[in-house]
Ligand binder design. Structure first.
Ligand code: PAF
Length: 283
């Protein structure tokens, strides 16, 4: 695996591969890699010649300084993991390399997707995500880019950005990768205490109940039920739960046939924020 810290060196290297008609798959990450990231890489390997993984903890997408400073950084282990799955290229730039001295996000219009859910609670988050993902796309110009469905809103926003900015990159959304007990894999999970980690499968268990309930009960009733469940759970504080239309991400009230829905949840375990979601329609 070749490691690049400088964008221009990476660009030159990738240009020579593109000249040889090699296809490039990009997996953008913030490091602290886990099996969920590895599954994105293995999806990417199926149809691309060269896999580029980026590791960059993007300051402009954090609305909470403590979350940024405490974000796990495990570059040595990450490098070993990437070597073990035969990743071709790691792009590991510094903040200066990406932002120069101006660490601010650009402003994006994602047709309202950015104002739902995460957007309501993480001010400026999606401008930060849009800024870094667009920058990485400009540097790597991959054929395809891979994102996990755990951050479903992020995935929809990136698809919107690619469409609106006419960026010629295929965005691939990959299924949520879960621990054996159902907890969605996240780099933040390693910050959970033993007690919080043991209780955490409760989140996905609740979402599975929601899937059974929605349709028999309307969205307001299901939401009330979820709120009641979390009131009984001393280790977790519910930030939001909502059932939304998969396309518009707008909260819905009733199930209508032919529409696609997902339930979305964000919770705090102490100061650690976890999100998850579940598809509510049949495929
Ligand atoms: O999902 C993430 O890890 C980040 O939001 C991303 C897409 C790498 C941008 O920093």
């Amino acid at each position: 695996m070749i490691i690049f810290k400088k964008k221009n060196e990476l660009k030159v290297y990738l240009q020579s591969l593109k000249a040889q008609k090699k296809t490039i798959g990009l997996v953008p990450t913030m490091g602290a890699l886990h099996k969920g990231h590895l599954s994105l890489i293995s999806q990417a390997k199926k149809i691309n010649d060269i896999i580029v993984v980026s590791i960059f903890v993007n300051p402009t997408q954090f609305n909470n300084t403590e979350d940024l400073t405490k974000y796990p950084k495990t570059i040595e282990n990450d490098t070993k993991l990437l070597e073990s799955v035969s990743c071709d290229v790691l792009f590991y730039p510094s903040v200066e390399e990406i932002y120069n001295t101006n660490v601010v996000a650009d402003s994006f219009d994602f047709d309202g997707l950015e104002h739902q859910m995460e957007g309501k609670f993480r001010d400026g988050h999606f401008n930060g995500v849009g800024t870094i993902v667009k920058t990485l796309f400009d540097i790597v110009t991959p054929h395809r880019a891979y994102f996990g469905q755990k951050d479903f809103q992020q995935l929809q926003i990136i698809k919107k950005m690619v469409k609106k900015h006419r960026i010629n990159i295929k965005i691939k959304g990959c299924a949520i990768f879960r621990e054996a007990d159902g907890l969605a894999m996240s780099s933040r999970n390693i910050r959970l205490t033993k007690q919080q980690r043991e209780a955490a499968p409760f989140i996905y268990k609740t979402l599975k109940e929601v899937r059974k309930k929605f349709g028999l009960e309307n969205a307001d009733e299901v939401t009330q039920w979820v709120e009641d469940q979390f009131k009984k759970q001393p280790l977790f504080k519910l930030e939001y739960f909502t059932i939304a239309d998969e396309k518009t991400l707008e909260t819905v009230k009733n199930k209508e046939s032919g529409k696609k829905y997902r339930a979305f949840i964000a919770i705090f375990a102490g100061e650690i924020r976890l999100i998850d979601n579940i598809r509510l329609h049949n495929l």
